[in-house]
Write a protein that binds this ligand. Structure first.
Ligand SMILES: [Zn+2]
Ligand SMILES: [Zn+2]
Length: 270
C-alpha cells in the first residue's frame, strides 16, 4: 500500500521569516525560504476502500493555514511528538473537521504520550475535560500513545527520541520515519529505523543548540540510518534553501513547505 507524505511546515518554532528579522533568508524571495511551523500529513487509501485516510503529525499554530493550502477536508487521527507550542497550538482548528467526522460516527483521535496529554488537557480543558460543556468544542479524543498504533491498516511505530532533557516521540510508518525536534537518538531507537526509503529528521542550523540537532549531526544520523533519501526539517532562518542544499550530500536535502513524497506503507522487514 502506498501513501503520500506532505510537509505542511518545515520551519523552526518561530517560523521563517522570523518576526522582526531582516536577514538574507527572512527577506528572501525564494518561496522555499518561507517555512511554517513543523508538521506533516500522511494520506493513503486502503485496498477496496473509496475513502482516503488522513493522519497529521502535530497541529502547530499554523495548522489552519496549512490545511487550507493543502486542501485538507478531513483528518482521521493526529499523532503528537511532544507538547511544545509550535507542535500543539493549532489543535483547536480541528473543530470544523471534527464536526464532519463526528457526524460520520466518531471523534478525531489524538495520540499523545502521557506528558503531552497532560499539557493538552491543561490548555484545552474546555474541550478535553470530562466535564466540558462548551457546545462547539472539537470532537476529539485523547488516546494513549502505544509503541505501535494501527490506523486504518497503517502501523505507526513510536520512536523514542531526546529533545534536550525531554523524551519525545518520532514515528515510523512503513518505509518512512519522521523525527523532529531531536537532539539525540537513543541507541535502542536505531533498530526501529532500519530499511527506510525516506527519513525525515530535524536540523536547526549549523551552530550547536541545546535541544536541536545541527545539520552536521543530522547528516551523521542520516549516514548511519542509511535511508535512500533523507529530508531535513524544523529549519531556522540561518539556513537558506538553495545555498544549504548545494553543500549537502546527494541523498540529503532540505524539505520545504508543500513538498509531497510517495511512501511505501507496507511494514518493512526490519
Ligand atoms: Zn519544535
Ligand atoms: Zn520542541
Amino acid at each position: 500500500m502506498d501513501g503520500l507524505l506532505t510537509f505542511l511546515g518545515t520551519g523552526t518554532s518561530m517560523g521563517v521569516p522570523t518576526l522582526g528579522c531582516d536577514c538574507q533568508v527572512c527577506t528572501s524571495t525564494d518561496p522555499h525560504d518561507r517555512r511554517l511551523r513543523p508538521s506533516v500529513l500522511l494520506r493513503w487509501r486502503e485496498p477496496g476502500e473509496s475513502r482516503e485516510r488522513v493522519v497529521v503529525i502535530d497541529t502547530g499554530p499554523d495548522f489552519r493555514e496549512q490545511a487550507l493550502r493543502n486542501g485538507l477536508t478531513r483528518v482521521d487521527a493526529v499523532f503528537y511528538t511532544h507538547s511544545h507550542a509550535d507542535h500543539i497550538m493549532g489543535m483547536d482548528d480541528l473543530r470544523p473537521l471534527s464536526f464532519t467526522v463526528f457526524r460520520e460516527g466518531g471523534p478525531i483521535l489524538l495520540y499523545a504520550s502521557s506528558e503531552a496529554a497532560k499539557v493538552l488537557e491543561r490548555i484545552y480543558d474546555y474541550t478535553l475535560s470530562p466535564s466540558a460543556t462548551y457546545p462547539n468544542r472539537a470532537r476529539v479524543k485523547l488516546e494513549p500513545l502505544a509503541d505501535s498504533t494501527r490506523v486504518y491498516g497503517v502501523d505507526f511505530l513510536r520512536v523514542p527520541l531526546l529533545h534536550g532533557e525531554m523524551e519525545i516521540s518520532g514515528f515510523r510508518f512503513g518505509r518512512a520515519a519522521y523525527l523532529t525536534d531531536v537532539s539525540a537518538i537513543p541507541e535502542s531507537s536505531f533498530s526501529l529505523l532500519t530499511g527506510l526509503d525516506t527519513l525525515v529528521v530535524s536540523a536547526l542550523r549549523h551552530k550547536p543548540h541545546p535541544t536541536h540537532a545541527t545539520v552536521e549531526q543530522a547528516i551523521a544520523w542520516a549516514r548511519r540510518i542509511g535511508a535512500r533519501q533523507t529530508w531535513l526539517t524544523h529549519i531556522a532562518h540561518e539556513l537558506g534553501h538553495e545555498q544549504t542544499n548545494r553543500a549537502l550530500p546527494d541523498n540529503i536535502r532540505l524539505a520545504y513547505d508543500g513538498l509531497s513524497l510517495p511512501v511505501n506503507l507496507e511494514p518493512a522487514n526490519r
